[in-house]
Write a protein that binds this ligand. Structure first.
Ligand code: ADP
Length: 256
């Protein structure tokens, strides 16, 4: 289930000048970031600083007023130029999101949740989608839950299904939006273990999380965001032990 490495050197995904308002509230004020193939970026920052909106803009779930997102395969979405729907769909096709509240379809079994995207959106044959889904479920220790409904799962199990559902789409980039923050503390570890394994396997990941121990252990780069701006970025060791910016220091002081 490892991603293929095509050996390209250009960033897998690049975001420049992303600006987004909700009404008069400027939520993103010129976000630049790039994600190299096989790397894990962790985005941290106070609640309301715009982290989720960055992920949703990359996934085409929000429409920023300004900003360009480019991705491998010649995908380019220039939000200021009113991009064509097909370009936004192409971007969404290469990225897959894992949501804080799992967002599983309640009326579908675990297996049906996982094969829905591959079969309906990607045109994969049902038999093939099922066998791939079963292999992924096995991989995260959830094989025996294939025919149950989401309400029969614990939060940790539901989130592992959420991750499998994203993997089944075979994206270039996995986007994680606070994947453990809705979980009871004792269930957080199971999900983080799966995420760490994915990072070790070479998946490219952009992760919004408050789990700073995870960031310290797994991130190649940490970005600190506040009030719609990326204030500071760096290797986890530097960011957590010697942050340069006052706002980063204050934030880390509060949460560490
Ligand atoms: P974070 O992920 O850092 O907590 P968000 O990206 O979720 O931040 O939100 C940033 C700001 O944008 C917050 O003030 C939030 O209330 C606001 N916001 C997010 N989504 C919407 C929306 N759909 N409509 C209006 N305001 C929104």
């Amino acid at each position: 289930m490892s991603p293929t490495n095509t050996g390209q050197d250009a960033p897998l995904l690049e975001v420049t000048g992303l600006c987004k308002k909700f009404g008069t509230h400027e939520v993103l004020r010129g976000i630049d970031l790039s994600v190299d193939r096989g790397k894990v970026l962790v985005l941290i920052g106070p609640s309301g600083s715009g982290k989720t909106t960055v992920l949703r803009s990359i996934n085409g779930l929000e429409t920023p007023e300004v900003g360009v997102v480019t991705a491998a395969g010649g995908i380019r979405v220039d939000y200021a130029a009113k991009p064509a729907k097909k370009d936004i769909l192409a971007l969404r096709d290469r990225t897959a999101m894992v949501f804080q509240h799992y967002n599983l379809f309640p009326h579908m079994t675990v297996l049906e949740n996982i094969i829905e995207g591959p079969v309906q959106v990607k045109g994969v044959r049902k038999a093939q989608a099922i066998s791939e889904a079963e292999a992924l479920l096995e991989r995260v220790g959830m094989a025996e839950k294939r025919d149950v409904y989401p309400f029969q799962l614990s939060g940790g199990q539901a989130q592992r299904v959420g991750i499998v559902r994203a993997l089944a789409l075979k994206p270039d980039l996995l986007l994680f939006d606070e994947p453990t923050s809705a979980l009871d503390p004792e269930l957080v570890g199971d999900v983080l273990v799966v995420m760490k394994e994915l990072a070790d396997e070479g998946w490219t990941m952009l992760v919004v999380t408050h789990e700073l121990a995870f960031a310290r252990q797994v991130a190649d780069e940490v970005l600190f965001m506040d009030e719609g701006v990326i204030i500071e970025r760096g290797a986890p060791r530097q960011m957590f032990s010697a942050p340069r910016e006052e706002r980063t220091k204050q934030f880390l002081h509060r949460v560490l």
